[in-house]
Ligand binder design. Structure first.
Ligand SMILES: [Zn+2]
Length: 293
């Protein structure tokens, strides 16, 4: 874990190398309160994150916002509430979190979740908002439609040009589209590109400069998924092998098959079946993925 100081008021909390359930978070210091962007996968990891926030922010009230409902980003929400903080999210993210926790035991083996019972998030973010933290303003930008998930949220710190993109950006790690829409994700990347910013904190991987090669490569990969699945001679196995060669520098390559299943469904005008996505991915790993969290 690394706390990267991005500006006098903004921090990124980075978990390397950023693979399964090792996500980034961050926070913004105001004079009255601190805005936390995302939590972590396990109770213990989220506790360490909140300890780091307290060490930096003192006893200022914590307002946490969740960029999306995936467990790595959202499982610590309970702890935020337990420690007296508030949690906000878009309506779909709030509903998905509340119906969890989603640990997918058929796909992942993990014995260290701790207590990740989700809270009921009632204060939702339904439209673009500006939040005043006291001498520091932060913008909350819900993404329209389905992108990485249904209910993604972008957080912008205009004063220092930081964008917290959540899992709309992966760097050095294969993106995961299993809960989302490839074309919707491409539209969300356009939305990010239109935001004036100087740096971007991805959901997984290192902090990036604005308009980085990594984001361009992510867009190229998402377009490749749709183009490849639409090709008349499409063969999923061959495409998985090709992706593994072209993006060999990304970890978690077992996600290529899952992403292709999502693209195939999308071209049929459907959402992918989670069971099929999981089956294709676990065929690549040879069984459930053991998490060391
Ligand atoms: Zn995610």
């Amino acid at each position: 874990m690394t706390v990267q100081i991005l500006s006098p008021r903004t921090r990124a909390y980075l978990q390397q190398p950023g693979g399964w359930f090792l996500n980034n978070a961050g926070w913004v210091l105001g004079e009255q309160r601190v805005l936390l962007v995302d939590t972590l996968a396990t109770e213990a990891r989220s506790r360490r994150l909140l300890d780091a926030v307290r060490a930096d922010a003192g006893d200022k009230p914590v307002l946490a916002v969740l960029t999306h409902a995936h467990g790595d980003h959202a499982n610590g929400a309970r702890l935020v509430v337990e420690q007296g903080g508030a949690v906000r999210a878009t309506p779909h993210t709030a509903a998905t979190v509340h119906s969890g926790p989603h640990t997918y035991p058929m796909a992942f083996q993990c014995s260290t979740w701790g207590d990740i019972t989700p809270p009921h998030i009632t204060d939702t973010i339904t439209a673009r908002e500006e939040v005043d933290l006291g001498g520091m303003r932060v913008q909350l930008l819900p993404v329209e439609g389905v992108a990485h998930t249904d209910g993604d949220l972008i957080v912008v710190v205009p004063e220092d040009g930081t964008v917290f993109a959540g899992d709309l950006v992966f760097a050095g790690v294969t993106p995961l589209a299993m809960s989302g829409s490839v074309s919707g994700w491409l539209a969300a990347l356009d939305q990010i590109a239109a935001i004036e910013h100087t740096r971007l904190v991805p959901g997984h991987g290192p902090v990036l400069p604005a308009h980085s090669e990594e984001v361009a490569e992510l867009g190229g990969y998402l377009r490749w998924l749709l183009d490849t699945a639409a090709d008349p001679g499409y063969d999923r196995s061959a495409a998985i092998a090709e992706a593994g060669r072209r993006w060999a520098h990304w970890s978690e390559g077992e996600r290529h098959g899952a992403n292709l299943v999502v693209a195939e469904a999308e071209l049929r005008g459907q959402r992918a079946e989670l069971a099929e996505v999981a089956t294709v991915m676990l065929a690549a790993t040879g069984g459930p993925i053991a998490l060391d969290l």
